[in-house]
Design a protein around this ligand. Structure first.
Ligand code: G3H
Ligand code: ZN
Length: 292
């Protein structure tokens, strides 16, 4: 299958009145596991790589993009590639050159006028390139801590989208990044109000901390793109911990990264079932891999 474009996957999800999962990739194992999960679930998926993850890989989007794009090209399901939480416009440009079809320009920590200016510039450039641009208004709570205080103002969100002509908007409705438990309280009334003011697809960040039922509710009330990272890393790290504890002499990384990749795949399959609302079926290929 050819590599999908984020714009098309988001549009398709809107037409089907469902969500599209955007799952974060840090290592090759993440990308392999997520693409396998998409194939097993019969669901499209967006692989997303954050600015922080790119910085971890020397700040160069080319190697990780090449790996993700190769997996996407070979996948039997549509797979797109998105740059997540970019604070620098030049990184957005390098990502598009490297084959990403979309990016999030994140100026949410700046004041409103600066956010508008940076987002408008990025969105206009994106349109010229045929890329899909996401921005954020309201700053979803910070890394590592449960900081659910920030909220997006509905009227401001409507004005922001009009002024920037951005393609998708991340909103703050009570989720917070990097939560280890699903204990966030989403403000679904606020979501409805924002939906009433904004006519572009809405994006939920920090979904790892949101209970599954609330994810379903949020999609039914107008969230389209659903970003998840920490849940995958939790599954990955638990599996690695278990394998290393089981054998303190273990040296070959494949012996712990293999189970870690399977754990990511399991979590990704759960998320794809939830977000795309498709029944996750076990394919013969999947069964075969388990018994190997
Ligand atoms: O942009 C990525 C997401 O917002 C991931 O958040 O790690 O809390 O799931 P999470
Ligand atoms: Zn995020």
């Amino acid at each position: 299958m050819t590599i999908a474009r984020t714009a098309d996957l988001v549009q398709r999800a809107q037409e089907l009145r469902t969500g599209i999962a955007a799952l974060n990739v840090i290592q090759l194992e993440h990308a392999e596991a997520i693409v396998r999960a998409a194939e097993c679930s019969g669901a499209p998926v967006i692989l997303q790589v954050s600015e922080n993850a790119l910085l971890y890989h020397s700040g160069d989007p080319v190697p990780i993009a090449a790996a993700c794009l190769a997996l996407a090209r070979r996948s039997s399901m549509p797979v797109a590639l998105h740059l997540d939480h970019a604070t620098s416009f030049s990184l957005c440009r390098s990502a598009i050159e490297a084959g990403f079809s979309s990016y999030m320009i994140d100026a949410s920590s700046a004041d409103y006028e600066t956010n508008v200016q940076l987002t408008r510039e990025a969105a206009q450039w994106g349109r010229e390139q045929g890329a899909w641009t996401e921005a954020e208004l309201g700053e979803v709570g910070g890394k590592g801590a449960h900081a659910p205080g920030a909220r997006t103002d509905p009227a401001e969100a409507g004005r922001f989208v009009e002024e920037t002509k951005v393609d998708g908007l991340a909103i703050a409705i009570g989720s917070s990044h990097a939560m280890a438990t699903q204990s966030a309280n989403l403000d679904l009334r606020l979501l409805e109000s924002i939906r009433g003011e904004v006519n572009v697809p809405l994006v939920l960040h920090g979904t790892s901390g949101v209970p599954d039922d609330s994810v379903r509710d949020a999609i039914s009330l107008g969230i389209t793109k659903v970003n998840v990272s920490t849940q995958l890393n939790k599954a990955m790290s638990s599996a690695i911990r278990l394998e290393l504890a089981r054998d303190p002499d273990l040296i070959d990384p494949r012996r712990y990264l293999g189970p870690a990749r399977d754990a990511i795949e399991g979590q990704a399959r759960h998320l794809l079932g939830l977000i795309n609302q498709v029944h996750v079926r076990e394919t013969p290929d999947m069964k075969e891999r388990k018994t190997q």
